[in-house]
Ligand binder design. Structure first.
Ligand code: SR1
Ligand code: MG
Length: 404
């Protein structure tokens, strides 16, 4: 699928409706459909079109620049092709866990897809301290299925290289290389730092050992083409309801390190964990929710590692990768990478350009600084001790010890 570089923004609601009408007959558009711009992300425009019966679909359109920055940061429209193709790939391996793609239009740089509005955005659900049984298992299962089937364990050598070529995503990888691995580790003009946290930030910016660790993680991000990863799997990209998750927004996808997706999820659970210090509500409720978050992380890791290893045992095609011992070793690498990338995500969400609502929701600057400080301390722990903490129990113990 090729992308048309001349695409521009839908001019008005009628243009969005015409797009839906041209590419799907699921809505009855004859009687006053509504169009709502619902995009709360940093990059694109997202519209919900609803018909008079209450049925709805989602239109997502990419513009040739970053929405929150404007034309000063141009961005390739190829990202919407990548999103469309990744949604199709993920739907093969994790059916019902991604929105159904109905149409991709290179000319409009837009996609039409199922509305997952019957699920709630996980970040908002966590801020409300909503609990979902089996959440960690479902996310772990999604990650094992999508990452295994797009890795060298499963794909033939030629097929894997074709995948690599098809998902070269230089502009979006370029954003991540800067906003994850550069900005938060120096006094960058794009950063947004709580003034009460300046001393903590300066200590981080002066830490040469930490910078070397982050350089190693960045180099892995740029060079380790292990699987087709989502690339931006924070809790705002996960929608949830009892017994079901939907993963959206894979425009940052590329062939990269497996631990990056795992780490992004881990980080966003721990960002909410940190935010619980300062969010409103009774202390018992907040502590109880922190325990729930750690339990979900425990289940996520167990489910991911078990499912990935089982798939590797049953479906690995490459005899050279079949060694049981090596698979175990690889799992240990995934674990260490997960910790390192989680630390980087926590740093950038606390000091960088793109903050998270979990922390921003805390109106009192002092209370927010306490939560942000915990986030930074956890981030340092994750980055610097990623190889030392060898299993999930050791990690969760350290997390609890650090708060106490
Ligand atoms: C400059 S844009 C920063 C972030 O927005 C997206 O949601 C991604 O998380 C990206 O890193
Ligand atoms: Mg996004």
């Amino acid at each position: 699928m090729a992308t048309d570089k001349s695409a521009h923004k839908f001019s008005d609601d009628a243009a969005v409706i015409a797009f839906v009408s041209a590419h799907s007959d699921r809505l009855d558009l004859s009687a006053q459909p509504s169009v709502e711009e619902i995009g709360d992300g940093n990059i694109n425009y997202v519209y919900r079109v609803r018909d008079h019966r209450g049925f709805s679909l989602i239109v997502k359109q990419a513009l040739p620049y970053i929405r929150i920055i404007g034309e000063g940061w141009p961005l390739s429209l190829d990202r919407i092709r990548i999103e469309a193709e990744v949604l199709l790939s993920e739907a093969c391996w994790a059916p019902h866990q991604v929105p159904e793609l109905l149409h991709y239009s290179p000319a409009d740089a837009a996609i039409l897809m199922e509305d997952v509005g019957d699920h709630q955005n996980l970040r908002h659900a966590m801020i409300e301290r909503r609990e979902f049984a089996g959440l960690g298992q479902q996310i772990g299962g999604f990650l094992a299925a999508t990452l295994f089937h797009t890795s060298d364990f499963f794909l033939g050598s030629q097929e894997k290289k074709a995948q690599l070529a098809s998902f070269i995503n230089p502009d979006l990888c370029g954003i991540s290389e800067e906003v994850y691995f550069i900005d938060p580790f120096c006094d960058h003009e794009r950063n947004r730092v709580n003034p009460l946290l300046l001393e903590d930030a300066r200590n981080i910016w002066a830490d040469e050992g930490l910078r070397a660790d982050v350089a190693e993680l960045k180099y892995g991000f740029m060079n380790r083409t292990e699987a087709l990863i989502h690339g931006d799997l924070h809790t705002g990209s996960i929608f949830v309801r009892d017994g079901s998750i939907k993963i959206i927004d894979p425009e940052f996808a590329f062939c990269g390190p497996v631990g990056f997706d795992l780490g992004t999820v881990l980080a966003n659970f721990l960002l909410n964990y940190s935010a619980q210090l300062g969010l409103s509500g009774h202390a018992d409720e907040r502590t109880r929710y922190q325990r729930y978050l750690l339990q979900q992380l425990r289940e996520l890791w167990h489910c991911f590692s078990q499912a990935f290893l089982e798939l590797a045992e049953q479906k690995s095609k490459d005899p050279g990768l079949a060694s049981v011992q090596w698979r175990q070793r690889k799992m240990a690498d995934f674990f260490a990478d997960m910790l390192g990338y989680a630390g980087v995500e926590m740093m950038r969400r606390t000091l960088g350009i793109a903050h998270v609502a979990d922390l921003e929701e805390i109106a009192d600057e002092r209370l927010r600084a306490d939560s942000e400080r915990l986030s930074l301390r956890l981030a340092c722990l994750l980055i610097t001790r990623r190889r030392e903490l060898s299993d999930i129990e050791a990690l969760l113990e350290e997390v609890q010890a650090l708060q106490a």
